[in-house]
Design a protein around this ligand. Structure first.
Ligand SMILES: [Zn+2]
Length: 329
């Protein structure tokens, strides 16, 4: 165990913003800052350092109190070598040794973790999964794409090539719609926020069935997942069908996850989680309907509770795990 005075920095690198925070050994967030990411590895690295220093200042502590730094980054990346290979969200990046750059600039040991996995670890360690009875948890991040994180017996699963937990690219419809990854019929194609909006537009353009979403399409030229949720909630038939179909695929995805991992908890996170119970209840219902009859399901399907701080807290949590392994074993 760490002593209570050790503090850690969590850095959550996104395509638009960097979030940084100081996190205590037991997962409390002291102070945090958001700044713009900027462009290119050199500028972004400098901004990460700046964000870390600002978070320390905002927390009214000294950098000497920081034991280690955790970085969450879009990938693909290697946690073992600390290198970000490239990223759709970070143009111009190629094999950047991000972990070691941050470590040497701040003079602290650092860890690098995939952003979706870090957020999952954050929710597991200090969020909705913090109860000690939760030992294994899977989190789906439903945003532009569908990311995933798997925690098995308290530890993140990385896999042989660090590509584990790409749950968004499990195939749910054989020969289905093409995915950006090159496969067809991926879970992401049927359940991401981005694709849910696209699906609504395609449906409206396919025929002239009456729908309150038509006014949205006419006004904005597009329809978002949030529009679909709102209009479904208001009773629009097309929106309800679209939303329910999306929830059904998620329910089936949860059945597959349960049979593969047998987690205590599955968390539905990301932008789509803003719909709250409107997302959760139908997914739970479809899950219960589709799940086998060999034994009643034990898994809890739920929503996250850390909001936008899960990445910061999870990145710090990964750093703490590493720090403890070095200092206490
Ligand atoms: Zn895919």
């Amino acid at each position: 165990m760490t002593s209570s005075k050790e503090l850690f920095i969590g850095l959550d690198l996104g395509g638009t913003n960097i979030k940084a925070g100081v996190v205590s050994h037991d997962g409390k967030l002291l102070g945090r800052v958001h700044i713009s990411t900027g462009h290119g590895p050199d500028v972004v690295t400098a901004n990460l350092i700046k964000a870390a220093q600002s978070a320390v200042k905002r927390s009214k502590i000294n950098m000497n109190a920081i034991a280690a730094v955790g970085i969450a980054s879009p990938g693909p990346l290697s946690t073992a070598s600390g290198i970000v290979y490239r990223s759709a969200n970070l143009p111009g990046w190629s094999n950047v040794p991000l972990r070691d750059r941050i470590a040497s600039s701040l003079g602290k040991p650092a860890t690098l973790e995939n952003d979706a996995k870090a957020a999952a670890y954050g929710e597991f360690w200090a969020g909705v999964g913090r109860n000690k009875s939760v030992r294994s948890m899977v989190m789906l991040t439903l945003g532009t794409g569908v990311g995933g994180g798997i925690i098995l017996n308290g530890r993140l699963v990385h896999g042989a090539t660090e590509s584990a937990a790409e749950i968004g690219h499990t195939i749910i419809v054989p020969g289905g719609d093409p995915c950006g990854c090159g496969q067809r019929g991926c879970l992401e194609v049927y359940t991401s926020a981005h694709r849910t909006g696209e699906r609504a537009v395609a449906k409206l353009k396919a025929d002239d069935t009456a729908s309150s979403l038509r006014a949205v399409l006419k006004k904005h030229g597009t329809v978002s997942a949030r529009d679909v949720a709102e209009h479904a909630s208001a009773g629009d038939r097309i929106a309800r069908e679209l939303w329910d179909t999306m929830c059904r695929y998620l329910g089936i995805g949860c059945v597959n996850i349960t049979h593969m991992i047998d987690p205590d908890m599955i968390v539905l996170a990301g932008g789509m989680a803003a719909a709250g119970n409107q997302l959760l209840r139908p997914v739970q219902r479809h899950f219960a309907k589709q799940y086998w009859r060999m034994a009643p399901p034990q898994v809890t399907i739920t929503l996250p509770c850390l909001g936008g701080d899960a990445g910061i807290i999870g990145a710090a949590g990964v750093a703490i795990q590493q720090w403890q392994a070095v200092h206490h074993n």
